[in-house]
Write a protein that binds this ligand. Structure first.
Ligand SMILES: O=C(O)c1ccccc1NCC(=O)[C@H](O)[C@H](O)COP(=O)(O)O
Length: 256
């Protein structure tokens, strides 16, 4: 692993402790993934900003829980023009579930990202998705084998980074989709400057995603100007009407 527990906020320590306890799937999955880069390209060709809209019922930094039907929320985001969806499967701190992901993926035709804290190869076998999140900070030396294990099952791995060292590790692990998280998972502070600082250091041919803390159209424009091919937005889409919110972000003036 790439961290020591006392560097992490208590909520993150709890998230990782419960992730370590969760079992894997009973048999190896094999996925025919819907392409995330192709979905981004299709959205760009319509003059819209590629947004991965997140079905995020709650989180350690969100007040209350959105009890809306996850499939209805997901369909509303697709209606608003989301290029792809992110679905929390973490059950203990984000109100997510594997069942939510299965139902949503069956109901929509855009790529679906599984958002969880995966620590072991067997946990990849819990459910099918098109894209799977691998967090560099928590995988450390296991990152490269997890990237290979995900690809061997047909998943597109999205490797999440927050520092230059993690970005280097993601590139060395062969990641072709990299998410720069503006939220520091150590202390849960958000700074959009993180993406602006790291994006120029990423290889040109990587699909680059700005994650977390985006709440206004100006934030979308800022991330696009800094080089984001797409943005992952949770709270600001879940808070209010998901269709209107997604439409607003996908329609942010496209400077990219
Ligand atoms: O969102 C949290 O509170 C959180 C706390 C601890 C670990 C991870 C957390 N979020 C994970 C995410 O990556 C976000 O859900 C995602 O990037 C969307 O962020 P936002 O648009 O700020 O809701």
């Amino acid at each position: 692993m790439n961290y020591t527990a006392d560097e992490l906020a208590p909520a993150v320590q709890e998230i990782l402790a419960s992730a370590a306890e969760r079992s894997g799937g009973e048999s190896r999955v094999s996925v025919e993934a819907r392409s995330l880069p192709a979905a981004f390209a299709a959205t760009e060709s319509r003059g819209r900003v590629p947004i991965i809209a997140e079905v995020k019922p709650t989180s350690p930094t969100t007040e209350g829980t959105n009890t809306g039907d996850p499939v209805e929320l997901a369909e509303a985001m697709v209606e608003g023009g989301a290029a792809a969806l992110s679905v929390l499967t973490e059950p203990d701190h984000f109100g997510g579930s594997v069942a939510n992901l299965e139902r949503i993926r069956a109901a929509v035709d855009v790529p679906v990202l599984r958002k969880d804290f995966l620590l072991r190869e067997a946990q990849l076998d819990t459910v099918e998705s098109d894209v799977v999140l691998l967090i560099a900070r928590f995988l450390g030396d296991d990152l490269e084998p997890m990237v290979r294990a995900a690809e061997n099952r047909g998943f597109q791995p999205l490797v999440e980074v927050h520092t230059e060292a993690e970005l280097t590790a993601a590139v060395e692990a062969g990641a072709s989709i990299i998410g720069i998280n503006n939220r520091d998972l150590g202390q849960l502070e958000v700074d959009l400057g993180t993406f602006e600082e790291l994006a120029p250091k990423a290889p040109e041919d990587v699909t680059l995603i700005a994650e977390s803390g985006v709440s206004t159209v100006e934030d979308v424009q800022r991330m696009r100007e800094a080089g984001a091919d797409g943005l992952l937005i949770g709270t600001a889409i879940m808070d209010g009407d998901p269709t209107t919110n997604t439409e607003r972000f996908t329609g942010a003036h496209n400077e990219h």
